[in-house]
Write a protein that binds this ligand. Sequence first.
Ligand code: HEM
Length: 434
Amino acid sequence: MITLSSSTKKQREIPYSKSPSLIQQISFVLDPITYLETEVVRLGEVFWAYAPMRAIIAASPEAIRQVFAKGDDTFGIVDNASAKFILGGEGSIGLVSGEEHIRQRQVLGPAFRGEHLKACSELVCQVTRGLLNGKRKIVMEEVAQTVSVASILSLTFGSIEGERYQMIAREFTSQIEIIESPLKALQLFVPLLRFFSGSWGKWQRSRKIFFEEVAAETRERRQAGMSDRGDILSLLIKEGEPDNRIYSQVMTLLYAGRESTAYTLAWILYWVCTMPIVRHKLLAEIDSGEDYMSLPYLDAVIKEALRIYPPAFIFGPRVTKVPFKLLDWELEPGTVVFPCPYLIHHRKEIYPEPKTFRPERFLERQFTPYEYLPFGGGHRTCIAMALALFELKLAIGTILSEYNVELADKRPVRAVRRGAVLGPERYELLVERR
Ligand code: HEM
């Protein structure tokens, strides 16, 4: 039995917008940043929104601290049919909770540590060079996505040599295209639209091939007794995971990792090209010959890129299972809360001039895990944070030490919704060997 203190307010007293819910939903889908920034100014750091479901947006470090401090006893996962569909079933690490979630993190965790990352490093440099060599003009995000998929596949399968891995990468890429376009993605929610769309059939075919290839690889490894290679597939086989869960996990890692890392890399090169002082400082460090992993300015540039436009600009919805006190408000069970790192990262009192790209802020002071949270927090923190940072450092170091890069078009690049995440508009780079 919960007794409300005199300072506790009911959840219906949380500020909310008077705009019609449909308008809010459309604004959130089409231009989430303008929507969230407008509402936070009007309503304050905790407010009701339609994003696109009715939910509380938490944009205060203290509110985030309170949410992250609680586990699955307090917050559950919103049952999301389209996420299950995209990720190939219910077994994905992103969709399970409680004991099963802890177990899956324990199974997958070792693959994202130490020696496995090192094994991936040569590959990242090799793939990056292969994509840039001999080219004059490149679409930055395509290069970044290819590097990102190669590193995830290498960690998952232990290798990317051979037709099978290329096929898996190709079929995954063609599946993700449907999520990228808001109009095509509507088919996930409105099944009737699938009858009128050629892309649906294409998507289904891609999924089938992707699944068959992952299944064939799993079968061959099981038959050959290959379960001790340390890659993710081997770990899952060793754990006795069924095929459908293996498929779902591989799909989840690709979805979770490809865009976020690729867009961050694309942003960093954009900032380098538009800010001569950043380029100058970064090159001085990279050309020093020190290990890329120990360069403070490079680290600060990556942190600042993830601050200003965190790909996961809003985290997955958490739904209260029990009454929960958020700041002064008593939330009822069944209330959906979205922690919003984008709004936290743009608070002026934490980050003066928040719209300015200024890596030095990360050299001047430390931020708490509730002030700076591009990789999430609590028990759902990104499992691949070390991999993502490692890969970004290697890719930037390789590109800037070996090539001169310039924007092909000097127009500013905006941050836009790219599927479920935030990314730069597509842009081109001119590349030339240094
Ligand atoms: C710059 C790159 C990345 C960023 C900014 C990022 C960000 C995040 C964030 C914010 C979360 C938590 C979401 C939430 O709490 O709702 C998360 C979870 C996750 N990320 Fe990442 N991520 C990145 C790269 C990757 C990569 C490369 C992979 C896989 C290879 C990956 C796999 C995952 C998985 C599996 C989860 C779910 C963890 C769980 O539920 O326990 N991420 N990521």
